[in-house]
Design a protein around this ligand. Structure first.
Ligand code: CLF
Ligand code: SF4
Length: 430
């Protein structure tokens, strides 16, 4: 693909782009992407979208057979990566908006990066929240972002978006369209000037924005985007545009040929599901549904013979269902990732009775941390950054998980094994 904005883009990003199946036409039948559906909510309502309807045979944005938490997404990544060697890109493309669910999107990126530092992350967004999160996107090292932008003219945009929900208020019509447009333009400019390769998706809707698309393409070219992707409208059942005609591929290609004079056009888009997996032309999402996953021990990196001591927070001793700061007792388990034995309970004074106290009582919190001496890890439903950092100083790794204790312990050992392998590798390289 062309590279109009390479001035700000690092060589490492350009190298990764060669293995990105959407950004590089040459890569589309060699490298695979996986969408992790961790972003269920959306902050706008496009008239062509209906996310309620899921059919396993349906392939279009907004469709998914499951929604995952960041922990499950990391687990799924480990599973799929062990089966599809050519997996290079992890995309977060809904089923709602990646930035409309920012905490979940960010946690997913962080967790997967702990497992694989080389994977390429790719986000897809309507762009409404870009001014809020573009800086964090850059800081997280995400270099591929797609923004769907269907119009520059708010009057045209108002026919495409039913409403825009921004900072707790809904805006309809031109008012909503103006907010969306302003944020999209500011966000795109920020990203392109900070080394991110931005792709613009445009849905061609006959009689609404078709004649206006060349203006959109010109504008985003001036903002330094990498490529534009003009896609046909798929009239989704139950959406406001369900009775609109599907745009034909001839119409799409004619428009792409006009716009190609301005900027490179993507021509191999598959309008993927939000849980798509595999090569672009060969969706394997149904093979990798989490309800079919094998047990953790066979999907995660091979567990070692080493015996680990892991402290668990649990309300009733069955599930990992308690916050670190709420625990009055830590259940200490010892084992190798397959077999575990509970060897003791350690009683502590709960240090958190609410957010405010959490922030103020570092003394109590330090006493809890001291009580965990000798453990390799803490397995908990949630933990604050301060406690996490303090534990880290004592080489106690924090693992957040929400499942049975048994599965949580397996997961924790898999994480510890990865860390140990990495540590050993670093030592060997020194
Ligand atoms: Fe996914 Fe989109 Fe990233 Fe690709 S899809 S977030 S850029 S990894 Fe690709 Fe699928 Fe077309 Fe999207 S074929 S719908 S363009
Ligand atoms: Fe659907 Fe995406 Fe539009 Fe949100 S931005 S309404 S998920 S198409």
């Amino acid at each position: 693909m062309g590279n109009p904005c390479s001035g700000n883009v690092s060589n490492a990003t350009l190298e990764k782009t060669k293995k990105h199946p959407c950004y590089s036409a040459d890569a589309h039948n060699k490298y695979a992407r996986m969408h992790l559906p961790v972003a269920p909510g959306c902050n706008v309502q496009c008239n062509y979208c209906n996310r309620k309807f899921d059919c396993v045979n349906e392939s279009r944005p907004g469709v998914t057979s499951e929604v995952l938490t960041p922990d499950l997404a990391a687990e799924k990544f480990a599973w799929v990566k062990s089966k599809i060697k050519e997996l290079t890109v992890i995309g977060i493309a809904g089923p709602g908006d990646a930035l409309g669910n920012w905490e979940s999107t960010k946690a997913t990126i962080e967790k997967i990066r702990e497992l694989d530092k080389d994977v390429t992350f790719c986000l897809s967004t309507n762009g409404l929240m870009l001014p809020d999160y573009a800086e964090q996107i850059v800081a997280l090292g995400v270099h591929h972002v797609t923004v769907t932008m269907n119009a520059l003219d708010p009057e045209i945009s108002a026919k495409i978006y039913k409403f825009v929900s921004y900072k707790g208020k809904n805006y309809a019509g031109i008012e909503g369209a103006e907010i969306l447009l302003k944020n999209q333009l500011a966000g795109i400019e920020y990203l392109t000037s900070h080394g991110v390769l931005v792709k613009i998706n445009i849905v061609m809707i006959k009689g609404i924005n078709d004649h206006h698309i060349p203006d959109v393409v010109k504008k985003v070219k001036d903002l330094g985007v990498f490529v534009t992707n003009i896609m046909p409208l798929i009239p989704a059942p139950g959406s406001a545009f369900e009775d609109f005609p599907q745009t034909s591929m001839k119409e799409i290609n004619d428009l792409r040929n006009i716009c190609q004079l301005e900027i490179e056009q993507m021509r191999h888009c598959q309008q993927c599901r939000a849980d798509a997996i595999g090569l672009l032309g060969e969706d394997r999402s149904q093979e990798f549904r989490m309800c079919n996953r094998p047990s953790l021990e066979s999907t995660l990196p091979k567990l070692t013979e080493k015996q680990y001591k892991i402290a668990v927070t649990s309300k009733y001793g069955k599930l990992v269902d308690q916050h670190f700061g709420h625990a009055t007792k830590f259940l200490i388990y010892q084992g190798d990732g397959t077999n575990f034995e509970k060897i003791e309970n350690r009683l502590v004074n709960k240090f958190c009775a609410g957010v405010e106290e959490c922030d103020s009582d570092e003394g109590k919190r330090d006493m809890v941390i001291d009580a965990l001496q000798g453990c390799d890890a803490v397995l908990t439903m949630r933990i604050g950054q301060y406690a996490k950092d303090k534990l880290q100083e004592k080489e106690i790794y924090s693992v957040t998980h929400c499942d049975t204790i048994e599965n949580g312990l397996q997961y924790a050992v898999s994480q510890l094994s990865i860390l140990n392998n990495r540590k050993q590798k670093r030592q060997q390289e020194m």
